[in-house]
Design a binder for this molecule. Structure first.
Ligand code: G3P
Length: 217
């Protein structure tokens, strides 16, 4: 499973990229606003930190506008994935970019029907927002299961399932069990993945016992 980080905070991206475990970055207009930085400037910087896909989202709502904005974003670097919303216009723009071999991440996916359309439009990634479905009492994980099942029926669907709106380590583990290709994870959740109280307790005992031997490696 690939790990993307869901943030536009360059400091956090640098810190987590240093682990060697980051495969890409996703941003959205909310995360850009939170960074307080210029959109093009911050995306350019992020694309230089990681070599994998960096999702940069268009804000036009018509296909022509999305294509105009997406072309500008695609010029920033080869690893930019144009992020478009799951609307008819977004799908048109997706088809346009995929025919030009430019990566597209179709975002705001909340149903299997929408995910089928994204695959048919040649999306590199589809982003089902599982946390937001859980928030309204629906099952985000059931959607991941449905999309993975559908995509597995068709060899010619090359779209990767990019699990988004991830809120917990359990979301990551359950998505991996279903075979989702990518999880885009907020930095705080990514850091939680390593934690286990028995690891901390075990390490502390090992170090105490080692100290008693008086040895050095
Ligand atoms: O980047 C898209 C998605 O991951 C947003 O998540 O937590 O705002 O629902 P959230």
């Amino acid at each position: 499973m690939k790990f993307f980080i869901d943030t536009a905070d360059v400091k956090e991206i640098r810190e987590l990229a240093a682990t060697g475990l980051l495969d890409g970055v996703t941003t959205n207009p909310t995360l850009i606003a939170k960074s307080g930085r210029d959109f093009i400037e911050v995306i350019t910087e992020i694309a230089g930190i990681v070599s994998g896909p960096v999702s940069a989202e268009v804000t036009a709502t018509d296909a022509e506008g999305m294509i105009r904005e997406g072309e500008k974003l695609a010029r920033i670097a080869d690893n930019i994935a144009i992020k478009v919303p799951l609307t008819w216009d977004g799908l048109k723009a997706c088809k346009y970019f995929s025919s030009k071999n430019i990566m597209v991440n179709v975002t705001l996916c909340f149903s299997a029907a929408q995910a089928i359309l994204a695959a048919k439009a040649g999306a590199s990634f589809v982003s089902p927002f599982i946390g937001r479905l859980d928030d309204i009492g629906q099952s985000g994980m059931q959607l991941i299961s449905d999309i993975c099942t559908i995509y597995n029926q068709y060899e010619y669907f090359n779209t990767e399932v990019l699990v988004a709106s991830v809120r917990s380590p359990a979301h990551v583990v359950e998505s991996a069990m279903l075979g989702a290709h990518v999880a885009t994870i907020p930095p705080s959740v990514l850091k939680q993945l390593v934690s286990h109280p028995l690891t901390d307790k075990g390490l502390s005992t090992f170090l105490d016992d080692w100290k008693k031997t008086g040895q050095k490696i």
